[in-house]
Ligand binder design. Structure first.
Ligand code: NOJ
Length: 559
């Protein structure tokens, strides 16, 4: 298709702005992407072997979830060595070869930094255990005496994010803090050695050509642990306004100011995006150019497929990003949530329902009949939501497999589940394994082409329909839609503005970008009549002249 001249990159700022401002970043969960060694676990050579696929998508960057040595107590977010590759995933040479291959295809590389906690197998933690109370080695972590007459009770009643106490006792009777799994002891960010070591890690990967970093739980590093420690109830009553003892403290930006100097010492400057679960008005602090520069906006992960919710989220987040001079970010799926095709295919539980909403997943966990999931509707809405998001100003973060329209895998037997959430909630919550099942590359063969043997999480038979080999070349497939949209997005990209056009319908959103690129999403079921404009791409499989069908997004060349 030939695009009208006025639509082709009209605005010089879109070409000269830093690459990350409107990038499409594709998240790879390395252990589940492609397995070159045939041991059932995805690896770096696997990613290298799929470099052409990545290059064919039309993305700008790849973000790799942790690939570091790890005992996998939390899917790799329990890091035993920040400056190496897990031997099951390859070597540093493999990593370098992968970076080169991705760079050759014009793709940037972003890696995950996990600074709140290490693995309990990290050399520092092993040293802390051996060195005993009061040692310098223990001061790199958060050790305390227990409460109760003989210190046999944890220091406080705080709970960990995956359930259970946030404290674990060690042999000599002291307790250490772990905000997440037991195997993830929290670091002490008041310790200068801890600070210096992360600077070393950032330089290590920057020197190897990495272009940016995703910072895990960026709002949790610094803590005020002055005695007496507050109870969980007292903590819950404290405002999270920069002064809370554990969350979103103002002093965390002192850490990031130091990191900023590291990022800016490279040419081009290395980038960072914060995973910060904080109140909206605190987001700009993380997205500021003196801190991490950009922050995830997760609002769409908890929104229904609903016009009013989407419009509100877009308006609010564009304004928030403007406050720090950053660009907004859009995320529909990642490795921590139920895939959006499934979320949108499940009924929204009524307010008084016994089924917890939990991003839609409550239905599956409640053991609801699989029939409760409307796969086709979920995919239709997911395609419409994706095309809406890809038209927005700012950067979009995609999660591996969403380009295939993949659904969450609910049918994983209990004895094959891996996520600590499942075990620490006494199997009440499935957790995140269903979004981390290895990708189907072919419709048949061992592990659907993921590797030569099995897959570390079981793949259901229906994965065959979603295989890359099946979708490749099928013009109606979700993969083809992503490729078409991403190619067009490159052509159309313009300044980071958006103007809403009123539609007269509460279930239809319409916006225009500065060069006349328009996006219309019909969240309802009744077709929406279009009065003009050429349709450049549609999320719908069947066209309907002069109208946007229900649950469909179209991009228009404008009036
Ligand atoms: C956020 C990561 O996305 C998640 O997967 C991980 O479990 C926690 N941080 C702890 O590192």
């Amino acid at each position: 298709m030939t695009l009208p001249d006025e639509l082709i990159r009209d605005d010089s700022t879109a070409d000269t702005a830093p690459w990350w401002r409107q990038a499409v970043v594709y998240q790879i969960y390395p252990r589940s992407f492609a397995d070159a060694s045939g041991d059932g676990i995805g690896d770096i050579p696997g990613i290298l072997s799929r470099a052409d696929y990545l290059g064919s998508l039309g993305i700008d960057a790849v973000w790799l979830s942790p690939f570091y040595p790890s005992a996998l107590a939390d899917g790799g977010y329990d890091v035993a060595d920040y400056r190496d590759v897990d031997p099951r995933l390859g070597t540093l040479d493999d990593f370098d070869a992968m970076v080169t291959a991705l760079h050759e295809r014009g793709l940037k590389v972003v890696v995950d930094i996990v600074p709140n906690h290490t693995s309990n197998l990290h050399a520092w933690f092993q040293e802390a255990l051996a060195a005993g109370r009061g040692s310098a080695a223990r001061d790199r972590y958060i050790f305390r005496e227990g409460s109760g007459p003989d210190g046999a009770e944890p220091p406080t009643d705080w709970t960990a994010a995956f359930g259970g106490s946030a404290w674990e006792r060690v042999e000599d009777g002291q307790w250490y803090l772990h905000s997440f799994a037991i195997e993830q002891p929290d670091l002490n960010w008041a310790n200068p050695e801890v600070r210096a070591d992360f600077v070393k890690t950032l330089r290590f990967w920057s020197d190897r050509g990495v272009d940016g970093f995703r910072i895990d739980v960026a709002h949790m590093l610094t803590k005020d642990l002055t005695e007496p420690l507050p109870s969980a109830a007292e903590l819950a009553d404290m405002p999270v306004d920069g002064s809370h003892p554990l969350l979103d403290r103002d002093d965390v930006h002192g850490v990031y100011a130091e990191w900023r100097e590291v990022f800016d010492s490279y040419d081009p400057p290395r980038t960072a995006v914060a995973e910060a679960w904080v109140a909206s008005d605190r987001v700009p602090l993380y997205a500021s150019p003196t801190s991490l520069g950009q922050s995830f906006n997760f609002d769409l992960l908890v929104a229904d497929f609903d016009a009013a919710q989407f419009r509100d989220i877009v308006t609010r987040n564009i304004a928030l990003a403007a406050r720090s001079g950053s660009s907004s970010t859009w995320v529909l799926s990642n490795h921590d949530v139920f895939r959006h095709a499934t979320r949108y295919g499940l009924p929204v539980p009524p307010e008084d329902s016994a089924v917890p909403k939990r991003h839609g997943g409550g239905w599956l966990e409640a053991g609801a009949d699989q029939g409760v999931l409307d796969r086709a509707a979920g995919e239709r809405r997911a395609r419409a939501a994706t095309l809406f998001v890809l038209g927005l100003p700012g950067s979009a973060y995609l999660y591996q497999g969403e380009e295939l329209g993949l659904h969450e895998v609910a049918e994983i037997p209990a004895d094959q589940r891996q996520d600590p959430t499942f075990f620490r909630t006494h199997q009440e919550q499935f957790g995140r394994d269903g979004a981390r099942v290895p990708l189907p590359w072919t419709a048949s063969g061992p592990s659907f082409g993921f590797g030569d043997d099995g897959a570390h999480l079981p793949q259901p038979a229906w994965f065959a329909e979603y295989a890359v080999s099946v979708e490749d070349g099928d013009p109606d497939s979700t993969l083809s839609l992503y490729r078409r949209a991403l190619a067009l997005r490159h052509e159309l990209q313009t300044a980071e503005d958006l103007e809403w056009i009123e539609t007269g319908r509460a279930d239809v959103l319409h916006f225009r970008r500065p060069n006349g690129w328009e996006v219309v999403t019909n969240f309802g079921t009744e077709p929406f009549a279009l009065d003009a404009g050429e349709v450049l791409v549609s999320s719908g499989r069947s066209g309907s002249a002069g109208a946007v069908p229900g649950e469909t997004t179209v991009w228009l060349s404008g009036h």
